[in-house]
Ligand binder design. Structure first.
Ligand code: GAR
Length: 199
């Protein structure tokens, strides 16, 4: 019994997912780790009260909470929530705010983000979700993809961990590109998180 509890403490990473929108990546990640010892998900954190991710959290039996932009930027409320939940790793899955300094400092190299394009192209402020796919199609790109990277103080500029590509065909709409990119996200993001946690 004692050995079992000890190994749980050593290997179980407590992950907080930050999400602002639909949360399909959040749900996919939680489902991937279901029944595995590597991770648990005590809390999902959002900056939008009406984001669909809250519905998904309810279905998954995970607590979800909302903090306003000013609570993120100017208070320790989010940090306190992370500490109260024993969080040791953070995953941004469609999270639209910049991660504030106090959280970056408390979680060095413990925060990863997924971006729906091949950084350093199509990154930066305002580049999220469909805005990215529209920009890719408008620029006449022949490929897009995903970038998983560590998070630092600038939007989309942390060290790149992994990229995967898909084609952008001549007649593809931004919705077509979004579909291809989401497929790559669902396939790779949980596996890359698992790899990072195992190091
Ligand atoms: C995902 O495609 C993710 O890569 C993107 O938002 C979408 C969220 O979808 N993130 C960004 O654009 C960050 N700059 P989801 O809510 O269904 O997981």
């Amino acid at each position: 019994m004692f050995v079992c509890r000890l190994s749980e403490n050593i290997f179980m990473n407590k992950i907080a997912i930050f999400a602002s929108g639909s949360g399909s990546n959040a749900e996919n990640i939680v489902n991937y780790f279901e029944g595995k010892d590597a991770a648990s998900f005590p809390v999902i954190i959002s900056n939008k009260k009406d984001a669909y991710v809250h519905e998904r959290a309810k279905r998954l039996g995970i607590k979800s909470v909302t903090f306003s932009k000013s609570e993120f930027d100017s208070t320790d409320m989010v940090l306190d929530c992370l500490k109260e939940n024993g969080i040791d790793f953070i995953v941004l899955a469609g999270f639209l705010l910049k991660v504030p300094e106090n959280i970056l400092k408390a979680y060095p190299n413990k925060i990863v983000n997924i971006h729906p394009a091949l950084l350093p192209k199509f990154g930066g402020k305002g580049m999220y979700g469909d805005n990215v796919h529209k920009a890719v199609v408008e620029a006449g790109e022949t490929e897009s993809g995903i970038t998983i990277h560590y998070v630092n103080e600038n939007y989309d500029e942390g060290t790149i961990i992994f990229q995967a590509k898909c084609t952008v065909d001549k007649d593809d709409t931004y919705e077509d590109v979004a579909k291809k990119v989401h497929t790559l996200e669902y396939m790779h993001f949980p596996v890359i998180i698992e790899n990072i946690l195992s190091k």
